[in-house]
Design a protein around this ligand. Sequence first.
Ligand SMILES: Nc1nc2c(ncn2[C@@H]2O[C@H](COP(=O)(O)OP(=O)(O)OP(=O)(O)O)[C@@H](O)[C@H]2O)c(=O)[nH]1
Ligand SMILES: [Mg+2]
Length: 329
Amino acid sequence: MPANLPPQYFETEKKLKTAKTPEEKVSILEELLSIVPKHKGTEKLQALLKTKIAKLKSTAQKKPTVAKHGLSFNIDKAGAGQVVLIGLPNAGKSSLVKSLTNADPEIGDYPFTTRMPSPAMMQYENIQIQIIDTPPITPEYMEYWHAELIKGADGVLAILDLSSQNPASGLENLLAKLKEKRIELIPKNHTPSSEASFFQKITLVVANKADFSSSEENLAAVKKALHPDFDLIPVSTKTEDGLEILRTKIFSLLDVIRVYSKIPGKKTARTDPFTLKKGSTVMNLAKAVHKDFAQNLRFARIWSQNKYQGQKVNRDHILEDEDIIELHI
Ligand SMILES: Nc1nc2c(ncn2[C@@H]2O[C@H](COP(=O)(O)OP(=O)(O)OP(=O)(O)O)[C@@H](O)[C@H]2O)c(=O)[nH]1
Ligand SMILES: [Mg+2]
């Protein structure tokens, strides 16, 4: 059935070419959707517009804002997840942020170079992950908002300095200070317990400055002091060793999957995924795409790396990273 679109549609469509921000594009696409006559011949077009709107809304990287309310900082989440970097002074937190993102934080060989939390975006393959640089934590010093920031994050990177005299005791100091604030760092494969009296946060331990001659000995001492389930990743921002592994580990810390929504009859470029929590179903994707899909979903077709090539699955089907899904209403 032909779509029979009114001329007003094509006039409005032209504006898309000059739209600069995702917000502008969303508002033009919504206008287009309202113009499209609602009948069988325009179903595909309506679905296409709705998917574009949903993607723009989900991936629009809101410029992270740091709002200071009195003594508290509130950083809006952006991208596929929010990870907070913590550690003793001079561990190399800001250096790591500089290596992993496009940000250019102040770096110095003296303590307390960083005074304020500062968000930046790390590209990981086709998604972005928010990384927050923070001021140092010391046995004497940790502000209230710092604990709140950690509690609200999706994961923590605890940065140790392998060039320091005793990084294993540095780690103990850090953990003790966090305990005072009722925060407990736990390995990724431990399930946070709802009964724990502490706020449990999944954490990667990053041993920085692995380029130092004393680093191997120190790394072995840290390994001994740490619960064996923790991921301990040696890196050097100077030589860049370990940084690629670290990026992958940060992605897997977040426990998210990337799923592509396919328009019937069209090819799917693996560029603009929806990111969902591991264990999400076809229905969770439908909700993320548009409420119409969630309400009227009949079935879906699935393509995956090795297993599926367009088979029909129902709404409870559990998705995996890199699945392509065609939603049918
Ligand atoms: N050799 C070596 N030096 C490093 C490495 N990473 C950071 N540094 C140095 O360590 C010092 C501290 O780095 P920063 O990134 O400012 O450390 P920070 O943890 O952000 O420090 P604060 O903001 O004070 O808490 C600087 O002189 C860096 O050049 C590394 O991998 N190897
Ligand atoms: Mg710093």
